[in-house]
Ligand binder design. Structure first.
Ligand code: GLP
Length: 263
């Protein structure tokens, strides 16, 4: 795992966006796993600028979102579909039929979840998966005790996640209690994973993900099983990492080796 402890969120976003832009220039039909929440927005803004200012073409890109609420229509402003339109899709030229979300409409959701997984495989698998992390360590909506081999399925949200999300809903509105999320196994199938985390509320989850024991109680720790994960953190999210000076040194060394063409 590679860990960059950044001075600002924008520095982290620039590093995350660079991963995607470099990959897209090499592979115009890149398959992206996308995340919602406040954390990835900086990356999305850089992608939009690259499209607008440099004419970077996204027309062959395929996207698969990590998760979606059950029971919110696609047009509800808090649905993840609406979020993605607002923060990315409305500004890029990815054709709508190339954007995929976990199934939340109609019945027979379990069968539709299997088809969602098949669609990822049919696209050739996810090249880069963007992730945030919840305060309780969830990735996507894989709440604590999610199986480390789980696939796309319905999950019930924990009280902590419900409390974190309550601020997005008006008084009297009942926030969704369930969601459909890629499983931890689905996420681990991605070729590369880029996880961003900012601010003091994420420090425990990052500590557990990077230095904790592998445990379904902290779903982020499953990333220790993946061969190519990049953590992009600010100082606050990194504040509980006991080996943070080592991670800084390792990052600086790697940068130097890259510049020298050794890597
Ligand atoms: C939600 C999403 C996660 C996201 C998390 C953190 O629970 N399902 O994918 O990582 O929120 O959100 P934020 O980036 O706003 O802190």
């Amino acid at each position: 795992m590679r860990i960059a402890i950044c001075k600002t969120n924008s520095e982290a976003a620039a590093l995350g966006a660079a991963e995607i832009l470099t990959a897209l220039r090499r592979k115009p039909d890149l398959v992206l796993g996308l995340a919602t929440g406040s954390t990835p927005v900086g990356i999305y803004q850089i992608l939009i600028r690259a499209h607008r200012n440099e004419g970077l073409d996204f027309s062959r890109v395929r996207t698969f979102n990590l998760d979606e609420y059950l029971g919110l229509g696609a047009t509800h402003p808090q649905s993840y579909r609406a979020f993605m339109n607002r923060h990315l899709f409305d500004e890029l030229n990815i054709p709508p039929e190339q954007r995929h979300f976990p199934p939340t409409e109609g019945d027979r959701l379990e069968e539709k979840c299997v088809r969602f997984e098949e669609a990822i495989r049919a696209a050739g698998g996810i090249d880069i998966q963007l992730l945030g992390i919840g305060r309780n360590g969830h990735i996507g909506f894989n709440e604590p005790t999610s199986s480390l081999h789980s696939r796309t399925r319905v999950k019930t949200l924990t009280p902590k996640t419900l409390r974190d999300n309550a601020r997005f809903y008006s008084d009297g509105e009942r926030p969704p209690q369930t969601a459909v999320t890629m499983g931890i196994g689905t996420i681990l199938d991605a070729r590369r994973i880029v996880l961003q985390a900012f601010g003091p509320p994420k420090a425990d989850a990052i500590h557990a993900a990077v230095e904790g024991p592998l445990s379904s109680f902290w779903p982020g720790s499953a990333l220790q099983l993946h061969p190519d994960v990049l953590f992009l953190l600010d100082e606050e999210a990194a504040s509980r990492l006991s080996m943070r000076e080592y991670y800084r040194q390792a990052w600086a060394n790697e940068e130097e080796m890259r510049k020298a063409g050794v890597l």
